[in-house]
Design a protein around this ligand. Structure first.
Ligand code: DAH
Length: 335
């Protein structure tokens, strides 16, 4: 026997220590412990030794065989553990993941912009429930039960007396019940109607406005709305008032603004009329003031309710309202 078993062990350990993958470990295991392996061969050759040395050499060689085998197994376990840690995403050498930054929805941005303009004109912001009592949504706004005007607002009923608010106008009543005149408020929020087609979504956004004071006139209403439209768009954006009907205002008007998508020449957004209806308005009906206990001989007021989604379409020149609700980040990222 040319080599001592200590020497074989030392060489084996040296080689095993630098093995960095399982295949190398397997090859080393065969090299030392396989059928023709170095340690196996050594054990076989012990029979050639003088009988008195055999037991001791045999014992030492078997120990080395066991140590090499344990070393191989431990190294394999360590390599496998390292690999599974990488698989679990614990590779600390990888660059960090970028933070994806969201942005405010265009309808939210426009709502805030509208509120900002009115805040500068002295209006306070008021918010209220989306699940609303029939009383506030209709009754107190001078829509008696079975009044045909209720038909204009296809309603989601929660129960006989509770609805999803069909407009933000109930906020007029909620605020007036709690606040003595004079007042100026603006009430943004979601509203719901049982409508769904190309130009209607069952949920949409409105901003309500209400001003009550002594000596307010339709001229003030026109002045405030014109100022608003000029601030929101530009001084050249014309608006027109059309006579209309709402049970809670008298007289009432609908306000159209020049379609900014086609600048009045006609397109699918304005149904080829050149104008887009953006709000309803009027002088508050005395019956509404009576419902909240205001003195109708002293106070007058005006109110308006605008569709925010429409205003956002015009502001950003978007020709399909459904884009607001599809949650496509490629669309939303642009605002
Ligand atoms: N609430 C009405 C609607 O959604 C719009 C409206 C019209 C609001 C006249 C008003 C108003 O405040 O005075 O159809």
């Amino acid at each position: 026997m040319k080599q001592t078993i200590e020497r074989i062990k030392k060489e084996a350990i040296n080689e095993l220590e630098i093995a960095s993958d399982v295949d190398t470990l397997n090859a080393l295991s065969v090299k030392y412990l396989g059928r023709k392996g170095i340690v196996t061969q050594y054990l076989r050759n012990i029979s050639e030794l003088p009988p008195e040395r055999r037991p001791e050499e045999g014992k030492k060689a078997n120990q080395v065989k066991k140590q090499i085998s344990q070393f191989v197994n431990a190294a394999k376990l360590r390599l496998e553990k390292d690999r599974s840690e990488f698989d679990d995403g614990l590779d600390v050498s990888l660059p960090g993941r970028p933070m994806i930054q969201g942005s405010l929805h265009p309808v939210t941005q426009v709502t805030w912009e509208i509120c900002d303009i009115f805040a500068k004109l002295g209006f306070h912001i008021a918010e209220g429930p989306e699940v609303e009592k029939d009383y506030y949504n209709f009754e107190a706004l001078n829509f008696p039960k079975d009044h045909p005007a209720r038909d204009m607002q296809d309603t989601f009923f929660i129960s006989e007396d509770v609805v999803l608010r069909t407009h933000t106008s109930p906020m007029q009543i909620r605020v007036m019940e709690k606040t003595p005149p004079p007042l100026r408020i603006i009430a943004p929020g979601k509203v719901y109607r049982c409508d769904s087609d190309l130009t209607h979504t069952p949920m949409f956004n409105q901003v309500e406005g209400l001003l009550v004071d002594e000596n307010t006139s339709f001229g003030d209403l026109k002045g405030i709305l014109t100022t608003f439209v000029h601030q929101m768009f530009d001084d050249r954006t014309s608006l027109r008032f059309r006579p209309s009907f709402f049970p809670f205002t008298e007289p009432s008007a609908e306000v159209d603004i020049l379609c900014l998508i086609c600048r009045g020449s006609g397109c699918r957004v304005c149904s080829h009329t050149g104008w887009l209806e953006v709000l309803g308005s009027g002088m508050v009906h005395p019956a509404v003031f009576e419902n909240v206990g205001y003195d109708t001989t002293r106070y007058t007021g005006f109110a308006f309710g605008m569709g925010v989604d429409r205003i956002a379409m015009l502001k950003y020149k978007i020709d399909d309202i459904r884009k607001f609700f599809e949650n496509d980040v490629r669309f939303l990222r642009q605002f």
